[in-house]
Ligand binder design. Structure first.
Ligand SMILES: NC(=O)c1ccc[n+]([C@@H]2O[C@H](COP(=O)([O-])OP(=O)(O)OC[C@H]3O[C@@H](n4cnc5c(N)ncnc54)[C@H](OP(=O)(O)O)[C@@H]3O)[C@@H](O)[C@H]2O)c1
Length: 323
């Protein structure tokens, strides 16, 4: 089978299409003939070598999120899965391939009305957005700012906050065109990356979901209302300055909170149940899945170049040429 591996850490050109033997599922696993493969930010980080300290080495086959048809099951897995179209989470690799292994516990049957491409566009981003808002104790009627809203997690957070009855959903983004697209998904105010602009935007927010972090994170504490909560769910601009909490201390009387959130702390069955609910909601047309572009698996280099260039709104999805 064809797969895409990191042949050399660094630029996208270090990715290579290779031939591998078809994998076979171990106990508790299934083999999936892939139809759609999500390209995530973590894939570009692994490819760059930034996560080498976490055990990723050259030769690694990327890809954590796939949809396709179950071709075989391992010991202890219900054989009725064979032939079913599913969404699955492979973990941190093995997905950029014509055949991929996933734990049976992650499988979700795809509704007949949902394409494999849409399923991977929504997939894990939806669950991160849902639990990120929950971690921030978001309640209906509260105002929300989504910082870095143009990626998979932000797009889902905007939609879930709007559906959840937010009084305002402001977003930061880098272009008016992206702002218009985010408005169609539920954003009420569009700010620039620094959090400025946005006609009639609220002066403060009850909840800030921050996907960006980086040097500018502390300046966003000034945008929290009293008792406001900022939750960092990502760090696309890197870590914040070491003394970032000083801005919060300087406004002690506002009783603000800051937290990080990782979906790794959510029990797997809860993530599974929420992903199932969100896939069902999308199949009913209640949530939009945003696919930036569908590319053949063999063009994974181009997909990563587009990711690195910051030109992706939503998700790039790879499809094996056979599907
Ligand atoms: N918490 C969890 O469990 C979890 C799970 C998976 C991934 N993650 C994390 O989530 C992040 C990826 O999320 P994603 O795919 O939704 O995001 P993304 O698409 O990589 O980035 C989101 C948006 O941030 C904006 N942005 C990029 N660089 C920026 C900068 N230097 N300053 C300000 N804005 C910038 C861009 O939009 P504009 O150009 O429009 O501004 C971009 O579209 C990663 O940090 C990943 O590690 C977290």
């Amino acid at each position: 089978m064809k797969a895409v591996a990191v042949q050399a850490f660094g630029s996208p050109e270090g990715l290579a299409v290779i031939d591998l033997p078809d994998p076979s599922p171990a106990d508790g696993q299934v083999l999936i003939t892939t139809e759609a493969i999500g390209v995530g930010g973590v894939d570009t980080k692994i490819r760059s070598g930034a996560l080498a300290a976490y055990g990723f080495s050259e030769g690694h086959v990327l890809g954590g999120e796939i949809a396709g048809t179950v071709a075989a099951v391992g010991e202890g897995v219900d054989t009725s899965w064979v032939g079913q179209r599913v969404w699955a989470f492979t973990g941190v690799g093995g997905g950029y391939a014509e055949q991929a292994i996933a734990p049976a516990a992650t499988l979700l049957p795809l509704p007949a009305t949902m394409s494999a491409v849409d399923a991977v566009a929504l997939g894990s981003s939806g669950a991160v957005a849902h639990f990120g808002l929950r971690h921030a104790h978001f309640a209906p009627g509260e105002s929300v700012l989504v910082r870095g809203a143009a990626g998979g997690i932000g797009i889902m957070t905007v939609q879930l906050a709007a559906r959840g009855g937010a009084s305002a959903v402001a977003v930061t983004t880098s272009s008016a065109e992206r702002g218009d697209r985010l408005r169609k998904l539920g954003a009420t105010h569009v700010l620039d990356r620094a959090g400025d602009g946005g006609e009639d935007a609220p002066a403060g927010y009850d909840v800030i979901i921050d996907i960006v972090a980086g040097a500018d994170l502390p300046s966003f504490f000034a945008k929290l209302n009293p008792n406001g909560r900022m939750v960092a769910v990502g760090a696309v601009a890197g870590e914040p300055p070491a003394n970032f909490a000083m801005e919060m201390f300087a406004a002690f009387q506002k009783s603000m909170s800051f937290a990080t959130f990782s979906a790794n702390t959510v029990p797997a069955p809860d993530r599974h149940a929420v992903t199932a609910e969100l896939i069902a909601a999308a199949s009913r047309g209640e949530l939009d899945t945003v696919v930036h572009e569908v590319l053949p698996l063999e063009q994974a280099v181009l997909a990563h170049q587009k990711m690195d260039a910051g030109e992706v709104f939503g998700r790039i999805v790879l499809t094996p040429s056979g599907s």
